[in-house]
Design a protein around this ligand. Structure first.
Ligand SMILES: [Ca+2]
Ligand SMILES: [Ca+2]
Length: 213
């Protein structure tokens, strides 16, 4: 019972830790002339990723997005995109000019794997990957007392219970040894008594034989 209580004391904080909400992470992708760094991004709901145009070719723009229906634009239902990204901007004269796109995963509707298209102003394009997973707090909880996760042996077989179970094993062994010793002693005593009785009986027979002569 004590071991069970101690196990629960250690296991409950771990279960509570599983339920802690995911802190949003923020990622960056550097958009270069020949690749994205990285080419694949893995997010979960509430994370965000920023695509930064670092392609220094003159007047080269990038337009990154999800073309769900494959008609070479990002304007259809369920599609999203960066808009045109420049390498640099003269914001005094072009206040709407942009060099980066922050994409925030703010809906579970975005869970899935997307092949994004990076359409460049020279007419070429590049495919990159965006994977969105759920911020899943419903990780199956282990049954009370069930071992789970790395190092669960250390958690479930804590020193307190180990010494307790070791002590009872030692006690059992000592009781068994005492019992065996007692039985052996009992057997030896019975054997000695039997020998003595046989010797006495034999001695009585000899004296009777002497008298008969
Ligand atoms: Ca489209
Ligand atoms: Ca369209």
């Amino acid at each position: 019972m004590r071991a069970l209580v101690m196990s629960l004391v250690l296991v409950f904080p771990l279960l509570a830790g599983l339920a802690v909400a995911h802190e949003p992470d923020h990622f960056s992708v550097i958009v270069r002339k020949d690749r994205h760094d990285p080419m694949e991004v893995n997010l979960i709901v509430n994370d965000s990723v920023q695509y930064i145009n670092a392609d220094e070719r003159e007047n080269m723009t990038h337009h990154i997005g999800y073309d769900k229906n494959g008609d070479n634009d990002f304007d259809d239902d369920g599609e999203f995109s960066s808009g045109v990204l420049n390498n640099s901007c003269d914001w005094d004269n072009e206040p709407d000019c942009r060099t980066a796109w922050v994409f925030s995963v703010n809906s579970t509707d975005l869970i899935g794997s997307f092949t994004l298209i990076d359409l460049m102003s020279d007419g070429t394009y590049r495919e990159v990957r965006l994977n969105v997973g759920s911020d899943d707090h419903s990780t199956p909880m282990p049954e009370i007392g069930e071992c789970f996760g790395a190092g669960c042996d250390e958690v479930m077989f804590i020193p307190e219970s180990s010494s307790e179970s070791g002590r009872s094993s030692l006690q059992n062994a000592m009781i068994l040894a005492s019992l065996i010793t007692f039985l052996i002693s009992l057997g030896l005593t019975a054997s000695i008594l039997a020998d003595n009785r046989a010797a006495l009986a034999e001695g009585g027979d000899e004296s009777e034989q002497v008298e008969l002569r």
